[in-house]
Design a protein. Structure first.
Length: 98
């Protein structure tokens, strides 16, 4: 797929009953993050050929699969899938100063 063919890149989280859009990128509108995830998700790399997101403060709720769709006209979408497994969690710590 050539760069000129890709018109939008979107990231989705796969849920049991649907896919939820997290973020998208287009040349016209640039980076856009779903307001519900603005404090949770951001772009590491945004473009029509490469796209990466990051998730802040990962919790067990973030576990699951994520889709990256490179939407091209007229070919349709090229989809990539990555899955996140959370194996443990950090315990909060406190420090006492004497």
């Amino acid at each position: 797929m050539q760069s000129k063919d890709v018109v939008q890149v979107t990231w989705h989280k796969v849920l049991p009953d649907r896919e939820e859009t997290l973020a998208s990128y287009t040349s016209r509108y640039g980076k856009r993050v779903n307001p519900a995830f603005k404090d949770k998700v951001g772009f590491t790399d945004a473009g029509l050929q490469n796209s990466s997101i990051f998730i802040r403060n990962v919790t067990e709720e973030d576990e699951g699969c994520y889709l990256c769709l490179f939407n091209a006209d007229p070919e349709g979408a090229l989809t990539g899938k990555t899955c996140l497994q959370v194996y443990g969690k950090n315990q909060p710590t406190s420090h006492k100063l004497c």
